[in-house]
Write a protein that binds this ligand. Structure first.
Ligand SMILES: Cc1ncc(C[n+]2csc(CCOP(=O)(O)OP(=O)(O)O)c2C)c(N)n1
Ligand code: SF4
Ligand SMILES: [Mg+2]
Length: 279
C-alpha cells in the first residue's frame, strides 16, 4: 500500500471499508492524490504545518474530494464555502484554510461570494474543480459549459459563452491565480504547493474529467484517458488572455497585498487601544 494512504486518509478509507463516491475515472480522486502529494512534499521540506489546516467545501461531487482526509473539514451550504472559510480565517488568522469547490458551486450560486472574497483579499486558498457542468445533480449546464455544448438542460446546445474564472479573478485583484488540467500532474502538484504557501487569496482552477456527464454529453468522449488527451489538445500555456479557441493554462498572478484578516485585526487592536468604541 502507498504509505501516503495510511498517513493521510481516515482509517476506514485506508482499510478499504469505505470508498469515495466518485464514479470510475473521475478527476476528483486524482486531484485528491495531488493534494496529498503537495502537502506531503511541503511537510517533508519543513515548509507547511498541517496541524493548522482547515478545509471547507461547497456541495457537489468535487466537494467530496477532501472527505477521506484526516483533517478538519466543514461542508458548507451550496455556494457558501467562501463565507464559512472567511469566518474561520478571520477568527484564526494563523490557520491555513483551503476550499474545494465545483464550477457550479463557486461561479454560479456562489459567484457573488467569490467576487467579494477576492476583492477583500481574504487569505484562503481555493481549488476550483472545473468539469464544465453540474456533475452531482446529473449534468446540468454551468457557467463554465462551452457554448453549443449538449447538457441535460441544454439539449439543443448551450446558448451562453463560458465564464473564465481565472480572468475574472485576476481582474478583481486575486494575488495568486493559476489554471492547469488533471493530466498535468507535475504542474498541478507544484501549483497546489504554491497555493498553500501563498499569503493572500489564491485560486487554482483545475480542468477535470467527469466521464459520466461531461464525457458523454459535452465532449462526446467517455473514456477517462481519452478525455485527458482531449484536455491536452484544447489547452495551451500562454501569457496572452486569448489564444484562438484554446483554453489558456499557466500561472496568471502571484504577488502580495495586505490581507483582509491583517486589516481587520489591525482595526480591532486600534479599537482595543481606544478602550472600545462608544456609539
Ligand atoms: C441551495 C442549493 N441549491 C441547489 C442544490 C443542488 N445542487 C447540489 S450540487 C449542485 C451543483 C454541483 O455542481 P458543481 O458545483 O459544478 O460540482 P460538481 O458536482 O460538478 O463537482 C447543485 C445545483 C443544493 N444542494 N443546494
Ligand atoms: S458524476 Fe461526474 S464529477 Fe461526479 S463523481 Fe461521477 S464522474 Fe465525477
Ligand atoms: Mg462541476
Amino acid at each position: 500500500m502507498n504509505p501516503l494512504i495510511r498517513k493521510y486518509l481516515r482509517s476506514e478509507y485506508a482499510q478499504g471499508k469505505r470508498r469515495t463516491i466518485f464514479c470510475p475515472g473521475c478527476g476528483n480522486g486524482i486531484i485528491l492524490g495531488y493534494f496529498i502529494r503537495a502537502i506531503d512534499e511541503l511537510k517533508r521540506e519543513g515548509r507547511f504545518d498541517d496541524s493548522k489546516l482547515y478545509i471547507v467545501t461547497g456541495i457537489g461531487c468535487s466537494g467530496n474530494i477532501p472527505v477521506p482526509l484526516k483533517y478538519n473539514i466543514v461542508r458548507a451550504l451550496h455556494g457558501r464555502a467562501l463565507s464559512v472559510a472567511t469566518g474561520i480565517k478571520l477568527v484564526r488568522p494563523d490557520s491555513e484554510v483551503v476550499v474545494f469547490a465545483g464550477d457550479g458551486d463557486l461561479l454560479s450560486i456562489g459567484g457573488n461570494h467569490l467576487i467579494h472574497t477576492i476583492r477583500r483579499n481574504v487569505g484562503i486558498k481555493v481549488i476550483l474543480v472545473n468539469n464544465m457542468l453540474y456533475g452531482m445533480t446529473g449534468g446540468q449546464v454551468a457557467p463554465t459549459t462551452p457554448m453549443d455544448a449538449i447538457t441535460h438542460t441544454t439539449p439543443y446546445g448551450n446558448p451562453e459563452p463560458p465564464l473564465d474564472a481565472c480572468r475574472l479573478a485576476v481582474s478583481l485583484g486575486a494575488t495568486y491565480v493559476a489554471r492547469w488540467a488533471v493530466p498535468l500532474a507535475k504542474q498541478c502538484i507544484q501549483s497546489i504547493k504554491e497555493l498553500l504557501l501563498h499569503r493572500g487569496f489564491g485560486l487554482l482552477e483545475c480542468l477535470s474529467q467527469c466521464p459520466v456527464y461531461q464525457g458523454r454529453y459535452v465532449i462526446g468522449i467517455d473514456r477517462p484517458s481519452k478525455i485527458m488527451d482531449y484536455f491536452l489538445k484544447i489547452t495551451v500555456v500562454s501569457n496572452e488572455p486569448r489564444y484562438g479557441d484554446k483554453i489558456i493554462i499557466g500561472k496568471f498572478a502571484d504577488y502580495e497585498r495586505p490581507t483582509y484578516e491583517e486589516i481587520m485585526w489591525g482595526i480591532m487592536s486600534r479599537v482595543r487601544e481606544d478602550g472600545g468604541h462608544e456609539a
